[in-house]
Each structure stands twice: as C-alpha cells, then as structure tokens.
Design a protein around this ligand. Structure first.
Ligand code: SF4
Length: 259
C-alpha cells in the first residue's frame, strides 16, 4: 500500500463507506482502497435493478406528481437487471429466470403498495457535511415533502428489525441533510414464503447522533491505521452475498461459507 493513500481516501467518507467498513473492513479495502470491482451476485444484481427502478419512478414523480405505470417500471427493471445478471456469478440453485420473476414481483409490490403514498421532494440528491469532525458526503435516496428520508431496498432474506448499518446510514443522512426533519423510514421488499413489504419508521434522536459522532472518527482512524480484518463471522459474509469471496480467500486464506 502506498504511504498516504489511506489518508487521502479517508479524508471524506460516505455513509455507505462507513457501513461497509463496519460490516467488513476487508470488503471496504477491496472496494475503496484497492479499487476492485465487486463481481456481482444474485443479491447485488437484484438489489441494484430494484433500487434504480424505484429511483427512476420517483425522479419523474418529483416533477409530475404521478407514479409510472407498473408495466413501465417492469420494463425499466428488466433493462437494468439483464446486464447485471450477465455479469453476476450465480451460485448453485440461483437461476436468472427465477430471479427476474422474483424481482418483477418485488417491483410490482413496491409500486402498488408503497409508492402511491410517497410524495418525493428530492431524489438521489447529493449532500455533504461534517460528522464527529469527519467530512461526509453522499446521496440521499429520497427526501419527501415533509422532510422524511425514505430508503427503499430489496432483500433475499426476511429481515428482523432494522440492521445496525441501515440505522447508522439514515442517521448520517439526517445529520447532513439541511431539510431533514429527523424522521426516517426503511422500506424493504423481502422474500419469505411470499414477497412482502416491511416498512420501519423511526426518528433519529440525540443518542443516535452521538453514536455517529463517535463512530465516524473511529472508522477514519482505523482506515488510516491500515488494519482490514475479514469479518467472516458477519451474517453478510457468504459466497451468495459478497462478490469478493474469491479474492478474500486468496488474500486471507480460509473458506467463505456458501449459503
Ligand atoms: S468474503 Fe466475507 S470476510 Fe471476505 S470480504 Fe467478503 S464479507 Fe468480508
């Protein structure tokens, strides 16, 4: 590693970089320090196509005040998912047609059940500020007209509560978005026995802000110290969810689990 490179990279952090580092420092290193492109997985392909389709709908809704028709959203979703799946390394039991059908069901669910009640003021807008003395910059998925931040995601596994990294990410965006009221909602379309929409609303409080102010400088210091532990015990560490598993095994040894 070139001396000083870490200092440069960690000078400005994005909320997603901090979440990534907390989930797995080695993954952060592969992506942000070594600048490796993460080979796609079924989860990342589906996640990106879902996310971009929903953003496409809300970008135009911010102008027109109307959602796109479901058919238009599905058309957009297929166009994004196709190239993503071509590049993705699918694991045993994962099939492109099944993923396409699952994704279409997820997009339909979100556009029919969640989108009509959302009134976007800004979509994927760039924001920046300082948290705990660290410069922070990122893109807010959606700010509604009441100043609430809404993040929309797809998940291949049913969720329990709000993941720590999602909570910290939304806390960070509230802290650097001038028009944010402090209210947040995480919308997740997830696959259990059926596809369902789970909406978790919460308000960012002083304890949350304090935590972010503590964590950001610690993450910055850890990056500058250059110790990038592979978090093999993380629930997100598997060949299904981390595209770097191959390079990670070569770098650190051991075996990354398959499921
Ligand atoms: S395979 Fe696991 S330990 Fe390695 S980078 Fe990915 S999440 Fe981290």
């Amino acid at each position: 590693m070139e001396a000083g490179l870490e200092m440069l990279l960690a000078e400005v952090l994005s909320p997603s970089q901090v979440s990534q580092f907390l989930n797995c420092p080695a993954k952060w290193m592969f992506r942000y320090l070594l600048d490796l492109k993460e080979p796609g997985t079924a989860a990342t392909a589906l996640g990106r196509a879902f996310h971009e389709t929903i953003a496409h709908n809300f970008r135009q809704k911010a102008e027109t005040a109307h959602d796109l028709a479901v058919a238009e959203c599905l058309d957009c979703f297929r166009k994004i998912l196709g190239p993503q799946l071509e590049e993705a390394k699918l694991q045993k039991g994962e099939h492109p047609m099944e993923l396409l059908e699952l994704g279409e069901t997820m997009v339909t669910k979100y556009i029919e059940d969640a989108a009509p009640l959302i009134r976007p003021a800004a979509v994927e807008s760039r924001v920046s500020g300082v948290i705990g003395g660290v410069k922070v910059s990122g893109y807010v998925d959606l700010l509604d007209i009441e100043g609430r931040i809404i993040d929309s995601k797809s998940a291949l596994k049913p969720l329990k509560g709000i993941a720590h990294h999602h909570h910290l990410q939304l806390t960070s965006y509230v802290m650097i978005t001038p028009a944010a009221s402090g209210a947040c909602r995480l919308d997740t379309v997830t696959k259990g026995k059926t596809v369902s929409l789970i909406q978790k609303s919460f308000f960012i409080n002083e304890k949350d802000r304090h935590y972010a102010e503590t964590i950001y400088p610690m993450v910055q210091d850890s990056i500058r110290e250059g110790i990038f532990l592979p978090r093999r015990s993380s629930p997100l560490c598997s060949r299904r969810f981390c595209g770097f598993w191959n390079v990670c095994e070569k770098e650190y040894g051991g075996s990354v689990r398959c499921d």
